[in-house]
Write a protein of this length. Structure first.
Length: 173
């Protein structure tokens, strides 16, 4: 298994140019969550962690990531597996590792942090408060894929929906 400290040193700069809602802090929160979600599951931890570390970076930095993984002993097949896992975890998760990464990402879009991230993005894209509220509400209604994710997110979903309900009321005032 590759030393994840080496992965972290490689990956951190890849997030420097990202917006503040999708920077390395987002990855750190996803890592903490995915570890918690997977604590009692039989998963390929290396693939799961790499899926999170490279979340949202495999298109822009494909060559660099490919070279990094090959340099650290990954076969062509293993590199392809990492790339597939990263992409599917953001669109159509199939494996347990991908579903856990999906849930970790979605959980970070919920609760106080999730709402703050939505408004950070809104400010960067000049989106109205109403549209941002709709995006945050959409996140609160998205489906988590694991039993552990549903349990862990319960409080954040309730908080998000209550906050957005109050916000809707205040926007109408």
């Amino acid at each position: 298994m590759i030393d994840m400290r080496v992965v972290e040193r490689f990956v951190k700069p890849l997030y420097d140019a990202r917006d503040k809602a999708h920077n390395y802090s987002h990855i750190q929160r996803m890592l903490k969550t995915v570890k918690e979600l997977s604590s009692e599951k039989d998963v390929n931890k290396e693939l799961m962690l790499l899926t999170v570390y490279f979340h949202g970076r495999t298109k822009r930095y494909r060559k660099e990531i490919w070279f990094f993984l090959r340099q650290h002993g990954f076969s062509e097949i293993q590199v392809a597996e990492v790339f597939e896992s990263v992409e599917r975890s953001r669109t159509e998760p199939k494996t347990t590792e991908e579903r856990l990464a999906w849930d970790a990402n979605l959980i970070d879009a919920l609760g106080a942090v999730g709402i703050a991230r939505a408004f950070i993005m809104a400010g960067a894209k000049d989106t109205s408060m109403e549209d941002t509220r709709a995006i945050a509400l959409s996140n609160a209604n998205r489906q988590l894929l694991t039993k552990e994710g549903k349990k862990l997110s319960r409080e954040r979903v309730l908080y998000s929906k209550e906050f957005l309900r109050i916000m809707k009321k205040e926007l109408k005032a």
